[in-house]
Every structure is written in structure tokens, then in C-alpha cells.
Design a protein around this ligand. Structure first.
Ligand SMILES: Nc1ncnc2c1ncn2[C@@H]1O[C@H](COP(=O)(O)OP(=O)(O)OP(=O)(O)O)[C@@H](O)[C@H]1O
Ligand SMILES: [Mg+2]
Length: 243
């Protein structure tokens, strides 16, 4: 079953064409990595997929929802499409648990007791079962990012989008966040992740996509993609990322 179907997506900011016809299908349970140079359109593409940017052309179906500009339909779509950014955006005056409970209570109308139980379950999934009552400033960057992932999981999304979620972290904290994503992959979560971690993409993503100048320049099963890149542009990119 296809969880993401993006067909010929186009997006410009004023005169700047950022996405020039991007098509991508992601199957349920698949993990797809999106790589490419700064400015190639990776974040813009992810933002289009959950309606944070309007598209100028093409069409999107994600988690069973057709993309819409209607606020009510967009809200329904976003319940099923989690997105995690480089910045964690946790509310500093709420505990980790309260941050996670917020959307289930306010958006889904869940009872507080049920949301609390769900928050505990999600904190355990990211290895923070004992930090329910910690405020964000008592947590490391890696722990805060794991709380942000738990917050997404609490909505029980059908697909998760990650945009360079480890870029703000020191190397020793990056590993613990990547381990959480890897465990979600093993549990069958459908994920699309923009990353600079080539080793991680190679190991965890079923498929990797190289974006260049607003188009998919090359893609393939990760094993093949990294060992045998076909285009000179991808070969040069992979060389520059390694060393
Ligand atoms: N809201 C916006 N208004 C105008 N230009 C934008 C906007 N958002 C992105 N852009 C431009 O679109 C282009 C693609 O940006 P995008 O953030 O998608 O790239 P990226 O591949 O995610 O890069 P990076 O690796 O640096 O995160 C860039 O030239 C950027 O300056
Ligand atoms: Mg980006």
C-alpha cells in the first residue's frame, strides 16, 4: 500500500523555482532517505508533503488524504503525518510528558488520563520512560529531540517526516536519536528522512534519493545507491560528504 504518492510537485518562491517536478511514492513500512546539497529543495519538499507549503503544481496523496488547502481537511491530514525538525520546539513551561499530551488532548480531544498513558508509552519508545516530569531545560539536546519524536508518535501517525533531526546535536548525542529512528524502522514505521548522515541512510533506509536543483537526480535501493552511484554528480556529492 502506498502511504505517500507525490506526483510532479512544483513549487516556486517568487521567481525562484525550488521544486521542478518531483515525483515519489513511498510504500507502507518503507524508510526513504533524502539527501542533497544545501538549497536543493529537500526541506521544501517535506513541508509540501504535510501542507506547510502550498504547491504550485502536481498532486499529493499522503496517509490516505488528498492534499487540500481547506483548513479542516489539512488538520485531518496532519494528524496522520508527523513531522520532526532540527529544532525541537518544546514548550519550556511544560514537562516532557505534558508536551507530548498537548496535541492528543487539544487536537484529538482525548481524555487527559488516556493521553497521559499514551505519553508514557511514547516516552518509553524513545528510551525516556523515567523523564515524564522533566522540563526541557533539564534534558540534553538529544533527549529533547527524542521527546519531540515521542510527541509525534503520540498522534499515532501513519507516516513520519524527519528534517535533519540530528543537525543541531553533538556527535555523541546524534547516535541516541538515530538509534530511536532505527528502532522505529524495525517496528515498521513508514518514514521519509532528510539527513546528512550517510552511514545511517545506507544502513537504515530501504531507498535513498539524491535531490539536485529541485529534481530527483538519482535514486535507488540504498545498498546499490551508495556502493555504485551512477551519475557523476552523485559520485561527487558522496565524495564531498565523506571527506
Ligand atoms: N519561505 C521561503 N521563501 C523564499 N525562499 C525560500 C523559502 N524557503 C526556502 N526557500 C529557498 O528555496 C531553496 C530550497 O530551500 P530548502 O530549504 O528546501 O533546501 P534544502 O535542500 O532543505 O537545504 P538545506 O540542506 O540547507 O536544509 C533555497 O534556495 C531557499 O533559500
Ligand atoms: Mg533543509
Amino acid at each position: 500500500m502506498s502511504v505517500v504518492i507525490a506526483n510532479n510537485i512544483r513549487k516556486s518562491f517568487g521567481p525562484l523555482a525550488v521544486l521542478k517536478g518531483v515525483s515519489l511514492t513511498v510504500q507502507g513500512g518503507e524508510v526513504v532517505a533524502l539527501i542533497g546539497r544545501s538549497g536543493s529543495g529537500k526541506s521544501t519538499f517535506l513541508r509540501c508533503l504535510n501542507g506547510l507549503e502550498t504547491i504550485d503544481g502536481g498532486d499529493i496523496e499522503i496517509a490516505g488524504h488528498a492534499m487540500s488547502r481547506k483548513p479542516a481537511l489539512l488538520r485531518e491530514l496532519r494528524r496522520d503525518v508527523g513531522i520532526v525538525f532540527q529544532s525541537y520546539n518544546l514548550f519550556p513551561h511544560l514537562t516532557a510528558g505534558e508536551n507530548i499530551m498537548l496535541a492528543p488532548v487539544q487536537v484529538k480531544g482525548e481524555a487527559k488520563s488516556a493521553a497521559k498513558e499514551e505519553a508514557r508509552r511514547c516516552l518509553a519508545l524513545v528510551g525516556l520512560a523515567d523523564r515524564f516530569d522533566s522540563y526541557p531545560d533539564m534534558l540534553s539536546g538529544g533527549q529533547q529531540q527524542r521527546v519531540a519524536i515521542a510527541r509525534s508518535l503520540a498522534m499515532r501517525p501513519k507516516v513520519l517526516l524527519f528534517d535533519e533531526v540530528t543537525s543541531a546535536l553533538d556527535p555523541e548525542l546524534t547516535g541516541e536519536v538515530l538509534a530511536v529512528i532505527e528502532s522505529l524502522a524495525r517496528q515498521g514505521m513508514t518514514m521519509l528522512l532528510v539527513t546528512h548522515e550517510m552511514g545511517f541512510a545506507r544502513r537504515v533506509a530501504n531507498r535513498t534519493i539524491y535531490m539536485k536543483d529541485g529534481v530527483i537526480h538519482e535514486e535507488g535501493p540504498s545498498a546499490e545507491f551508495f556502493t555504485n552511484p551512477k551519475t557523476p554528480e552523485l559520485q561527487a556529492f558522496l565524495r564531498s560528504e565523506v571527506g
